[in-house]
Design a protein around this ligand. Sequence first.
Ligand code: GLA
Length: 386
Amino acid sequence: MTPRAHVARAPGRVNLIGEHIDYCGLSVFPMALRRSVRIEFNPRADREMRLADRDPGFAPSAFSVSESIPPGPAGDWANYARAAAQALARRFPDLRGIDALVESDLPIAAGLSSSSALLVAIALAIMHANRVTMASLELMELLARGERYVGTAGGGMDQAIILGAQAGCASRIDFQPLRLTPTAVPTGWRFIVAWSLVHAEKSGAAQQAYNERTRQGDEARRLVASRRGLPEDTAYAALLTADSVDELLKVAGASMPQVLSRRFRHVLTEGARVRQAEAAMAAGNLEAFGRLLDASHQSLRDDYEVSHPELDRLVELAREAGAAGARLTGAGFGGSIVALCRVERAPEVISALREKFYAPRGVADDVERHVFVAEPSGGAEVLAPG
Ligand code: GLA
């Protein structure tokens, strides 16, 4: 890569609350991290994409930009680059490719959206190299749809926060229509992220379980809508304007198998928690926010069944060490937790996790790669050559 290369940078994200409900069209409340994917790139004169990664664990990859790019093997990291390139090629004719060198300080498959960050960074690099632009909200939606290329029926949270985050803030993301509303994170609050040491690969082992949840959420919604005499395509948000949460839960309890009604209960209660959490943050009410994190974890563990014993253990240890609340973050099945505490309590929480979670599991060195304070950061950007 020449010293004149441009750089596209896309942060990871930690979802504070509103888990597994973006694909139901309900609001979520994430923030972007300072850790990010960085891509040095130069435009090419042809349609070729040449990708390399500074981490030798990721083999170089090459493909041609087109409206229909054949996918690499399942789990191939470059599939996220193919997804970005194909989505843009369907929107803009005659795109040229780039030479790109990827590096990242984001933990991989840890529930912090390293793969969507890669996809967004590649998209920004291709757009910059081709001098094409697009309204930010439109790009968020295009890339959310585009990422389904890898086979995961994901919602739109990750691409929206990665592109639209504001430094110092968490953002409520509404869908249909897409909109971001920032709230400043109080300066005395600390969100701690801790990885369970269990990989949760969005395009790998967790994919089937994730896609099953999206189907169940949809089926429960259709059953309740038809029970209420509403059209089958009535969205969750519309169900909630027609009836109260309690009424809807009663209908669900009486009209579907238990597992579906538990999935439905998670979606509705989590949706309510998002609004309450946003208000708690705006009011600086850390205890209330913490209780909502705890309730979210319980719901994800018992009703949605996406937790993992190692996530449950981390949550428990964080609380014991004085966190106001904690929960799994991201898709689950492994990945990370997020815990909230006061700034002065953060060192204690981190050292408790270090001693009681990481040390017994044989992780003593560079623990700060696995457990760290999340700094609410700005969204993705292209930096001019330095
Ligand atoms: C993954 C998906 C998101 C969202 C979360 C769960 O990160 O990419 O769209 O569904 O899982 O909240």
